[in-house]
Design a protein around this ligand. Structure first.
Ligand SMILES: *Cc1c(COP(=O)(O)O)cnc(C)c1O
Length: 353
């Protein structure tokens, strides 16, 4: 397939690297590709970043048939630009698409198109400490139709947004709130897909957590409401008696690439790591017996997010004395060092541009 490029008449003024926040500024160009049953995925093109003109009946707006991904491009100390495990993002996007009845894309073609777009937008990758270029591949259902069925046509696009450091005030623990009134996803549902409805479904509980003075929600499973699944939009890890434990993927947990990277590093380092069911009661018990060393979240945006406090009903648990634990710190440093090219890539995770 031929990738067509349309040049912009005028380029935007680039922001000051030291003043970036998250997801508010977009670059000069985007990638677009369309799907219809006759031609399959076709007309791949890079063109000036622009609004998408759509019929008010466009299916994604009504029934949420869409999937997305989130990854970053990093600038190294030598000025080079690199990606972290991008093939895994396109593979996961296809897994999400299968659950949402969206036709799969050619993963290698998508990666090549992303690299092509990155080469054009290279100057948008910021270089201030902790900054990066956030990448958002998305697929939306585009039939103008109000009946409930899978769409026949789709748009795949990729947009870029330069983002600031996640921890501008330093690497700090967050307070999390456990709820039994709301669930994010349920086994047999679409929890393991990166699809818009999961995020819409998480907003109400998130606001409740904020009202109580907590940053994130700790999600329990949708059936027993006992087993821990995720924290906010991150995967979760526990360090109990020196052992690293994370909930086993069960269909309602998003299979994070950062999660998988933490598990792999732990194995390389000889740390005992288990993927298994872990209940909130177990966490309360091991804390009471003094064996709960650390809790942290993992995801592309924050990389590692240490947890300092958990509120579960009337129980408040302080974790690692409210400080950043040693393991959280070690994973954070190693992963960011790999992403920014400060240390050797241990597992073929880096994709240079
Ligand atoms: C994206 C996401 C994660 C983290 O995945 P990464 O690949 O590590 O960024 C975890 N949970 C949810 C719900 C997510 O959307």
């Amino acid at each position: 397939m031929q990738l067509n490029i349309t040049k912009a008449d005028q380029l935007k003024t680039k922001p000051d690297d030291s003043k970036l926040s998250f997801g508010t500024i977009f670059t000069d160009y985007m990638f677009n590709m369309d799907y219809n049953p006759q031609d399959g995925w076709h007309n791949p093109r890079i063109e000036p970043y622009a609004p998408i003109n759509m019929d008010p009946a466009t299916m994604v707006l009504h029934y949420g048939q869409g999937v997305f991904e989130g990854l970053k491009a990093y600038r190294t100390e030598t000025g080079a630009v690199q990606l972290f495990r991008p093939k895994d993002n396109f593979k996961r996007m296809n897994n999400s698409s299968r659950l949402l009845c969206i036709p799969e894309i050619d993963e290698n073609f998508a990666l090549d198109a992303l690299k092509e777009l990155l080469i054009i937008e290279k100057d948008w990758v910021p270089s201030a400490l902790g900054t990066s270029l956030y990448i958002r591949p998305t697929i939306i259902a585009t039939d103008p139709f109000l009946g409930v069925r899978a769409s026949h046509t789709y748009r795949f696009f990729i947009i870029f947004s330069p983002v600031g450091a996640y921890y501008p005030e330093g690497f700090n623990p967050v307070k999390i709130w456990v709820t039994r009134n709301h669930v994010r996803a349920v086994r047999g549902g679409v929890g393991e897909a990166k699809t818009p409805g999961n995020y819409a479904a998480s907003l109400y509980a998130g606001e409740q957590a904020h009202k109580h003075g907590y940053t994130q929600v700790l999600w329990l499973d949708g059936i027993e409401q006992e087993y821990i699944e995720e924290v906010g939009a991150m995967n979760i890890f526990f360090v109990i008696n020196g052992e690293l434990i994370t909930p086993i993927l069960n269909g309602s947990i998003l299979p994070g690439i950062t999660r998988d990277s933490v598990i792999n590093l732990a194995k390389m380092w000889g740390i005992k790591v288990s993927e298994r069911k872990i209940g909130i009661s177990e966490v309360v018990d091991v804390h009471a017996s003094g064996k709960l060393d650390e809790i942290f979240g993992s995801g592309t945006a924050a990389v590692i997010s240490p947890v300092g406090e958990i509120k579960y009903g009337d129980t408040v648990i302080t974790v690692s004395d409210g400080k950043v634990g040693a393991m959280a710190n070690r994973f954070y440093k190693e992963l960011t060092d790999i992403q920014y090219g400060k240390t050797k890539d241990p597992a073929g995770w880096i994709e240079p541009i």
